[in-house]
Design a protein around this ligand. Structure first.
Ligand code: TYM
Length: 334
């Protein structure tokens, strides 16, 4: 059966971009694939989080995924650091990955800025750990937002490099799944920057836990331009903020931007922003309610993660053992 793997970092609380770009697709794909979803806390370490905050956010993110519809009975839901094979395979892959491939990564360049020598090695090696995450399960499909495209291309190169070096087809090369109109949700304050957990201003994003008043306020203050909405997508050219709001509305309602503009072409933003608020509240309020309930029983969340990690290990450990064997590492004597 085709297998899905995808992950999300517990850096800050989940936002609408994560939901529309990735997590809602994860939920939808549960019926058709064997799904593995991961809270990637080892990746989060690359941004040097406070330890207590990291622990709390990992728990809360797992609960948010469940509240959003990830069913831990049908899918495997677990925390990356609880399955040691991820870190181990990442090292093995480091030994088939040239530095030049990692130097090309735009996310590293963006995050490290001009101070590349001071950036953490973990940040540089980040995509190698991502490749390990996915290939460790022989996953065939990886549903993500558009910002992960380059990392997924590299993941295929790393798998291919391993296969070529050892003359094997052991690792299938996974396909990215970048699905729907929500795969590139932008900041509410600057339509050229992606909506991000780490932007210092909370007004740039809608968080999954924002209440109706906060959502209304953020959309009301979202940057726009003085023109009414056009009646066709071509009219959004050069209007990044307007295009972003249309995209968010389209994605929330599972419509195309064309359909949205057929209904709202000619409307002022005041009218459209109200419709947008209503759609976002309708989607997010039930998730926030379920999350509140789940957070009353943190032990149960940890139980779910433990069960997920046990099931993940059962798949990962034999694949790691075979990888080490292919590379010529001596197995421990039993
Ligand atoms: P992360 O935690 O930044 O984001 C989780 C998912 O949300 C998507 N996303 C967005 N989609 C649309 N618009 C946005 N503004 C937006 N912001 C984020 C991301 O594309 C992602 O799918 N490196 C990954 C985590 C990871 C992973 C993996 C993913 C680790 N290992 C293996 C897939 C497979 C990340 O930082 O995601």
């Amino acid at each position: 059966m085709n297998r899905i793997f995808s992950g999300i970092q517990p850096t800050h609380a989940m936002h609408l971009g994560n939901y529309l770009g990735a997590v809602r697709n994860w939920v939808d794909l549960q019926g058709d694939f064997d799904c593995i979803y991961c809270v990637v806390d080892l990746h989060a370490l690359t941004s040097a989080p406070d330890p207590a905050a990291l622990r709390a956010q990992s728990r809360e993110l797992a609960a948010t995924l469940i509240a959003a519809g990830i069913d831990p009975k049908r899918s495997i839901l677990f925390c990356q650091s609880q399955v040691a094979a991820h870190a181990e395979l990442a090292w093995l892959f480091s030994c088939v990955t040239p530095m030049g491939w990692l130097k090309r990564m735009t996310q590293f360049k963006d995050k490290a800025g001009k101070k590349q020598d001071q950036a953490l090695h973990g940040l540089f090696a980040y995509p190698v750990l991502m490749a390990a995450d996915v290939l460790l399960y022989h996953a065939t499909h990886v549903p993500v937002g558009e910002d992960q495209k380059q990392h997924l291309e590299l993941m295929r190169e790393i798998g291919g490099s391993f296969n070529h070096r050892f003359g094997t087809e052991f690792f299938p090369l996974p396909e990215p799944q970048i699905l729907g109109s929500g795969t590139r949700i932008m900041s509410l304050r600057d339509g050229t920057k992606k909506m991000s957990k780490t932007d210092p201003s909370d007004m740039t994003r809608i968080n999954m836990v924002d209440d109706a008043d906060t959502i209304a306020n953020k959309f009301r203050k979202a940057r726009t331009d003085p023109e009414p909405l056009p009646s066709e997508p071509a009219g959004l050219e050069g209007r990044a903020e307007a295009a972003n709001l249309v995209n968010i509305y389209a994605s929330l309602n599972r419509h195309t931007p064309e359909e949205v503009l057929q209904s709202y072409g000619g409307s002022p933003f005041s009218v459209f922003k109200q419709a947008l608020t209503d759609a976002a509240v309708a989607a997010l309020a039930p998730i926030a309610d379920r999350l509140n309930g789940l957070m009353q029983a943190p032990d149960e969340i940890e139980e779910v993660l433990k069960d997920g990690a046990d099931r993940a290990r059962a798949i990962a450990d034999p694949i790691l053992a075979r990888t080490k064997d292919i590379m010529g590492l001596l197995p421990p004597k039993t």
